[in-house]
Design a binder for this molecule. Structure first.
Ligand code: SF4
Ligand code: SF4
Length: 205
């Protein structure tokens, strides 16, 4: 698992906000500004509440345990997922759809959603003996985005409940540190798939 280092944080060696030696009064005052008056309003610091709880990033390294693929639920597919997987498997789209997918009625939507089928051991593409994904290189966007889904990163509580409990502590001891922007972008990709499906998502999470 790759490691990209820890999120940046101030160290005790760094000078304070005003630099070594403390503040230099009026040094930055614009020409013509009378000394002794404030240099003008400074931008207020970003309120802490505006930062996501994961603003310092999240260290995560998938252990390949396969637990997420074993949960019964839905793996929702967009058109690009279907085409990519059908091509990878050398199947026509209708053949791929017939073999590996199922239509699921979605309340409020005229068209059913398309999900991968599930077998008793889990997703139809999960190789039971090895925990490997049979279509890993072309796995659906939903799977690529996990564990950074909108509802898993919505709060620390949902993260602990939906991800930490599933992946286990080992997955957080080592691995890449995902920055806040990357997390946000990944979750945003998932949103772009469409409206929230019934039952939440893969594995019913
Ligand atoms: S497609 Fe692959 S990664 Fe996605 S749930 Fe199935 S086995 Fe897991
Ligand atoms: S449950 Fe978590 S650690 Fe296990 S395979 Fe899925 S993403 Fe990786």
């Amino acid at each position: 698992m790759s490691e990209h280092g820890s999120p940046s944080s101030p160290t005790s060696d760094e000078p304070g906000p005003s630099g070594p030696g403390g503040p230099v009064p009026y040094a930055g005052a614009p020409a013509g500004q009378p000394h002794g008056e404030p240099a003008g309003p400074e931008a207020p610091p970003e309120p802490v509440a505006a930062l996501p709880w994961y603003h310092e990033g999240i260290r995560f390294g998938c252990t390949g345990c396969g637990a997420c693929c074993r949960q019964q639920g839905y793996v929702w597919l967009g058109a690009i997922d279907v085409i990519r997987m059908a091509t990878y498997l050398g199947l026509s789209v209708p053949d791929f759809r017939a073999r590996y997918t199922r239509d699921v009625p979605v309340p409020g939507q005229p068209q059913p959603g398309v999900s991968l089928k599930f077998l008793p051991h889990g997703c139809v593409f999960l190789e039971d003996a090895t925990n490997r994904c049979g279509v890993y290189d072309v796995r659906p966007l939903q799977c690529r985005a996990f564990p950074f889904w909108p509802h898993t990163v919505a709060s620390r509580e949902t993260w602990d409940l939906k991800v930490r409990a599933l992946c286990g502590e080992e997955a957080f001891a080592d691995g890449k540190v995902y920055g806040a922007e990357e997390i946000r972008a990944t979750a945003g990709q998932f949103v772009a798939l469409g409206p929230a499906p019934p039952g939440g998502a893969k594995g019913g999470r």
